[in-house]
Design a protein around this ligand. Sequence first.
Ligand code: AMP
Length: 301
Amino acid sequence: MRVATGVAELELRRAELTGGITPPNVAFVPTMGALHEGHLSLVKLARGVADVVIMSIFVNPLQFGPNEDYARYPRTLEVDLAKAEAAGVDLVFTPSVAEIYPAGRQISVNAGAIGAVLEGAARPGHFDGVLTVVLKLLNIVRPDIAVFGRKDAQQLACIRRMVLDLNLDAGIVGAPIIREADGLAMSSRNRFLSPAERISALTLHASLQAAELETTPVAALAAAELVLAKAVSTGEIELDYVTVVNPATMAAVSPDFRGPALALVAATVGTTRLIDNIELTFPEPDLVEPDGGPVLNPATH
Ligand code: AMP
């Protein structure tokens, strides 16, 4: 495995890796480091479809608000490089802030309406910062595909929309959420949770599982809210939002919506802000049993 800290070195190493392969097939996995199994699952997916896998590790100051955790964000480069190598990464790009923003910050991507709601409302400017760095990294790395986790569902939707609106070349692949055995979605920020907070944090996934059992958006939202309400009332979590949205637009679905949707939840546990989501499909009414449960396919159940 190679490591490049500068853009010129990255380009040189990329050429070395793709030189003999026709057509070169480069997959890119952008990260902020503090790698866990969620990140490594993206590498595995990339490894399965591409000849060359390039990862970036860059804690992007542009996507952190003034009162957010940029300074305390975990930085574990040595361990990360060992994990990346073991997972089959060919080249890791570890630029400095000055390498990525040599001319300061003037022109940036505006994430528009899709980036203004939910996480964007809680973290103003966050998705502008994410899209700006992702666009720059895509231009530097020039991958055929880039892999992002569905854990950050709104981020993925913003990136897909940027690729559409700005006619970018890279194919965008969304990878499944990797969870701890007890259901907590893996996150670099989970290390900030105390043992008691770690238990409280399970409420997020539990609320999504309750939503998953329902067959209409209204019932799904009510079920999730019921689970969350208890932890809110005891002060274990501070709920920011729980909602059911169209995965492509991040707009809340109408009560009579049918088809694929996403339930999203965001809450602060202690001082740590956590997000999670689950994919839901609301069947047409004639596919619902009289007792409210979905009709099970006899071929698969
Ligand atoms: P981050 O380092 O937090 O910026 O995340 C880098 C990439 O890993 C993003 O595409 C995330 O969506 C993805 N990711 C983070 N946590 C998980 C997880 N638990 N499962 C799947 N993908 C994840």
